[in-house]
Write a protein that binds this ligand. Structure first.
Ligand SMILES: *[C@@H]1O[C@H](CO)[C@@H](O)[C@H](O)[C@H]1NC(C)=O
Ligand SMILES: *[C@@H]1O[C@H](CO)[C@@H](O)[C@H](O)[C@H]1NC(C)=O
Ligand SMILES: *[C@@H]1O[C@H](CO)[C@@H](O)[C@H](O)[C@H]1NC(C)=O
Ligand SMILES: *[C@@H]1O[C@H](CO)[C@@H](O)[C@H](O)[C@H]1NC(C)=O
Length: 428
């Protein structure tokens, strides 16, 4: 009986190869046929090989940092026609998602878990986006797996076409959704944190019993496959990984003076703030974290953290201290003690790799933290170029910021292609 079933399954799978139809595979998956490595197919049609005008680039040479290939890539990226030809407009997404099956197939979304190990370790993502839909969609496609869950916060004041396109994309997947409450994000002010908090609450309340929470913005990109992320996170044994260090003297004003939002900008009120509740030590970090489910539960339920959140609402850039401070509160799952021996820098944490202009330099220099940016800078942050990829892939971080298909489409193309190939190869 079982043999017969398997024979028929094999026949079906062969048919699937012939049709190249993902739909059939997801149907098989829905029939709850168990995972069996004997039936692993060559999922070669899921590689991104027939992609657009970028295909003239030699990504393997680029990933090895070969100068000639990088120079060719650079010449292409500075060509206006090329940049225009790789741009995907919002309207494309709004139209193409009217037929979700076709959209997922043509964009090569993975619709089945690639391994039991990944299926048993679901992740929750909060993604904050406000423009550049193409970057968002390339990111979603790179991290998408059917067992994970994705909450998307689109800034309440984004263009209507951005909102419509992202909403249309999320409506194609059962496990991606728009946040229940979208806020107006104001740079360096409380609403940026509220956006993540709203997604945290929605994710925590979902039926998926995810194990880790990761927050991203639309211009991040993964440096690891989902399987690699799962393995790294399971090896952390419930720990969290985020920047959390001593608050520099020069930043103390941010939490000792009250602020408010005036005409969409944050301003000081001129009033001093009370010290933090329970005299919690305030630590410095950044907006991007990798934390376990218990950390998120504490954020939503712990009375000390509720008080800290209320206290933080009129501070400057609470995203750069709130998560770091919670990470050192006793009793928070995966936290570490407040003692400075447990301080963690952004370089040692795995959450996010960002190249700040003033930390760039050559190896051996005492000031330098990383090599120079091969792309361009936006507000002192490196927007990676193809020439940064080799170095990026050597780092332990799960994600890097910033990428932009409008400034270097080849960097994104070669990275996504590499990750997909790797994910498919990991199945064998
Ligand atoms: C791409 O670069 C690799 C590594 O240098 C080289 O082996 C390969 O032949 C190149 N492929 C093409 C199509 O030029
Ligand atoms: C809209 O999508 C349909 C089907 O997905 C496609 O056939 C059609 O060409 C698209 N139209 C435009 C204007 O892109
Ligand atoms: C969202 O924007 C609309 C107007 O575009 C405004 O009326 C509403 O108050 C905003 N909501 C929030 C939560 O900021
Ligand atoms: C949690 O989800 C349920 C429906 O599944 C809903 O009724 C409830 O209001 C949600 N709770 C919160 C806190 O969002």
């Amino acid at each position: 009986m079982r043999l017969l079933k398997r024979g028929r399954l094999l026949l079906l799978l062969k048919l699937t190869v012939v049709l190249g139809s993902l739909w059939m595979l997801s149907l098989l998956n829905n029939l709850k046929i168990g995972w069996d490595p004997a039936y692993i197919l060559k999922y070669s049609w899921l590689e991104y090989k027939d992609a657009g005008p970028e295909k003239v680039c030699n990504c393997s040479a680029i990933l090895r940092g070969e100068r000639e290939a990088l120079e060719e890539a650079k010449l292409l990226t500075i060509t206006k026609d090329f940049r225009k030809s790789v741009h995907i407009p919002d309207e494309y997404y709004i139209n193409a998602t009217q037929d979700c099956t076709k959209f997922k197939l043509s964009r090569k979304y993975l619709t089945i878990p690639l391994s039991q190990e990944e299926e048993d370790f679901p992740l929750a993502y909060s993604i904050v986006a406000h423009h550049k839909v193409q970057n968002f969609e390339r990111l979603l496609r790179a991290i998408y797996a059917p067992q994970n869950i994705y909450c998307i916060h689109v800034d309440n004041k984004s263009d209507a076409s951005v909102f419509s396109a992202i909403k249309a994309i999320t409506s194609c997947f059962p496990n991606t959704f728009m946040v229940s409450k979208a806020v107006n994000v104001v740079y360096a002010a409380w609403p940026r944190v509220q956006a993540d908090l709203n997604c945290m609450a929605d994710l925590y309340n979902s039926s998926t019993k995810w194990k880790y929470f990761i927050n991203l913005c639309g211009q991040d990109f993964p440096l690891k496959t989902n399987l690699e992320i799962v393995r790294i996170l399971s090896s952390m044994r419930g720990g969290n990984s985020l920047e959390s260090e001593k608050l520099p003297e020069g930043k103390k004003w941010r939490v000792t003076n009250a602020h408010h939002i005036v005409n969409g900008k944050i301003q000081g009120t001129g009033k001093a703030k009370d010290p933090p509740p329970f005299n919690l030590p305030i630590l410095a970090g950044n907006a991007y974290i990798v934390v376990n489910r218990g950390y998120v539960r504490s954020v939503l339920e712990d009375k000390r953290i509720q008080a800290l959140i209320e206290w933080s609402k009129d501070t400057y850039s609470p995203d750069e201290f709130l998560w770091a401070t919670i990470q050192r509160i006793p009793g928070v799952p995966g936290s570490t003690w407040p003692n400075s021996k447990f301080d963690m820098t952004d370089i040692n944490a795995i959450a996010r790799l960002v190249k700040w202009q003033w930390h760039e330099g050559s190896e051996g220099s005492l000031e330098a933290v990383y090599p120079e940016c091969h792309g361009n800078h936006v507000r002192s942050i490196c927007v990676y170029g193809a020439g940064d990829l080799q170095w990026l892939l050597e780092q332990h971080h799960l994600f890097a910021n910033k990428f932009d298909t409008d400034s270097d489409p080849i960097a994104v193309y070669c990275l996504e292609k590499y990750l997909r190939q790797k994910a498919l190869a990991e199945m064998h």
